[in-house]
Design a protein around this ligand. Structure first.
Ligand SMILES: Nc1nc2c(ncn2[C@@H]2O[C@H](COP(=O)(O)OP(=O)(O)OP(=O)(O)O)[C@@H](O)[C@H]2O)c(=O)[nH]1
Ligand SMILES: [Mg+2]
Ligand SMILES: [Zn+2]
Length: 277
């Protein structure tokens, strides 16, 4: 299924043609779902992966179905909010999806400092693509990565350039992007529905509406401890396999914080998230 329009979904059939099928508003079918079209109905099939997010209102959403990778998009302006990157990365890994970080708008002044600061938080742990949808810089590497992995989605705050990146990766596509006249409409969401696109070099990428926060859904403390971005730089194992890196003896993460191999701020961000679960 390639897009959900409220009472209908667009599906791509096995022969590559597209068809609009009516569905109940609460069908539960999301972009990326495999469906069997039975007359006027679309029946959802088993999902390989499902990326869950809790919205600020408390509702649980499936961001997309059957993803292999998740691109968390930040920009030089607006810059990344660590909380969103951390949560989205943990949610992805918990769902068996490989997260990566995209820093867009590297054509803007001051890009180098922001790329360095943003990368430092997750370096060695998340794959990072510094790109410009405007100039095309870095986008070929991103396209190659998607082609090698299969299906990805781009998530992130409104205005970071998710739709602009898709337009750059798929010449001939014209997804709506924020125009100059809207530029000061803070919090304005240009994209309102998710859409799935096949990239010319292989792989698929889902464009999603901007989000302010990526709330975690039913993530276990042990999964947070294993998946928090920035801890993978530590090669040594904790004494206990289910270590939460708090007060356990023989915790390799705490040793790494003491020796500054894991920045103190990273560790505090982890403890805050742990306290939330
Ligand atoms: N300078 C510069 N501007 C960019 C770049 N990419 C996108 N923009 C601009 O950033 C603004 C937002 O881009 P969009 O693609 O609409 O952002 P989005 O993430 O899809 O936003 P939502 O759909 O609201 O979630 C537009 O004015 C784009 O022209 C870039 O690489 N460099
Ligand atoms: Mg958009
Ligand atoms: Zn530990």
């Amino acid at each position: 299924m390639v897009s959900h329009l409220g009472i209908a979904v667009d599906v791509e059939l096995a022969d590559g043609t597209r068809q609009r099928v009516r569905v109940a508003r609460k069908s539960g079918i999301v972009v990326g779902d495999d469906v069997v079209v039975d007359g006027e109905r679309a029946l959802m099939q088993h999902r390989r992966t499902a990326l869950l997010r809790r919205s600020p209102g408390g509702g649980v959403h499936v961001v997309a179905a059957n993803l292999d990778v998740l691109g968390v998009v930040a920009a030089v302006d607006p810059p990344a909010r660590a909380g969103l990157v951390d949560r989205a990365a943990v949610a992805a890994r918990s769902a068996g999806i490989e997260p990566f970080l995209v820093i867009n708008k590297v054509d803007l002044d001051g890009a180098a400092d922001i790329v360095t600061a943003t990368s430092a938080r997750v370096a060695g742990d998340l794959r990072i693509f510094a790109v410009s949808a405007a100039s095309g810089e870095g986008t070929a590497a991103l396209a190659d990565f998607i082609a090698s992995r299969g299906r990805g989605a781009l998530v992130g705050p409104s205005g970071v350039g998710k739709s602009s990146l898709l337009n750059r990766l798929m010449p001939g596509t014209e997804l709506n992007v924020r125009t100059l006249s809207d530029a000061h409409g803070a919090g304005r969401h240009t994209t309102t529905v998710s859409t799935l696109h096949k990239l010319p070099g292989g792989g698929e990428l889902v464009d999603t509406p901007g989000i302010r926060e990526f709330g975690l859904v039913d993530v276990l403390k042990g999964d947070l401890a294993r998946f928090f971005p920035g801890f993978h730089v530590v090669d040594d194992a904790c004494r206990f396999r289910d270590c939460l890196h708090c007060d356990e003896p023989g915790c390799a993460i705490k040793v790494a914080v003491t020796s500054a191999r894991v920045p103190e701020a990273r560790y505090r961000a982890y403890l805050n998230l742990l306290a939330e679960l």
